[in-house]
Design a protein around this ligand. Structure first.
Ligand code: DAT
Ligand code: MG
Length: 137
């Protein structure tokens, strides 16, 4: 069943010049870019986007990190793309994310309060539609 997901290349990915490689992995897998833009997030957008994490110890460092530079936002389409992109991305902690994944191959621990893990991908059809509405209003 064709789905849509929201993908972000976070400020660390854009700053390190990894946007092309990350988008290439998405396209090589056979997914389609339906929307794509470079955008500087606002606090308002991030508080909506990360609403589920409000109140957690890493929330404020996470927002500050996401405000530290531009991000690339994309709507990606394909069969089971929500699961598929999260599988391409790898687990949250880049140090232990599996080799072969974006986070496992390109990311590492930078000793910060927040995981600088290069990408975001929606985790369910409900969050995908909610997040696409936030970033592509
Ligand atoms: P994911 O991005 O793998 O879906 P998440 O939704 O649980 O992970 O968390 C959102 C982001 O917040 C994550 O990409 C990095 C940061 N984060 C999550 N848990 C963290 C923790 N325990 N310490 C530091 N940063 C964390
Ligand atoms: Mg998440």
């Amino acid at each position: 069943m064709s789905q849509r997901t929201l993908v972000l290349v976070k400020p660390d990915g854009v700053e390190r010049g990894l946007t092309g490689q990350i988008l290439a992995r998405i396209e090589a897998k056979g997914y389609t870019l339906a929307e794509l833009k470079l955008v500087h997030a606002t606090r308002e957008i991030l508080e909506q986007h990360y609403a589920e994490h409000r109140g957690k110890p890493f929330f404020e460092p996470l927002v500050q990190f996401m405000l530290s530079g531009p991000v690339v936002a994309a709507v990606v389409e394909g069969d089971r793309v929500i699961e598929g992109f999260r599988s391409l991305a790898g687990s949250t902690e880049p140090t232990t994310a599996a080799p072969g994944t974006i986070r496992g191959d390109l990311g590492r621990d930078w000793g910060e309060k927040v995981q600088k893990n290069l990408v975001h991908g929606s985790d369910s059809p409900e969050s995908a539609e909610r997040e696409i509405g936030i970033w592509f209003a």
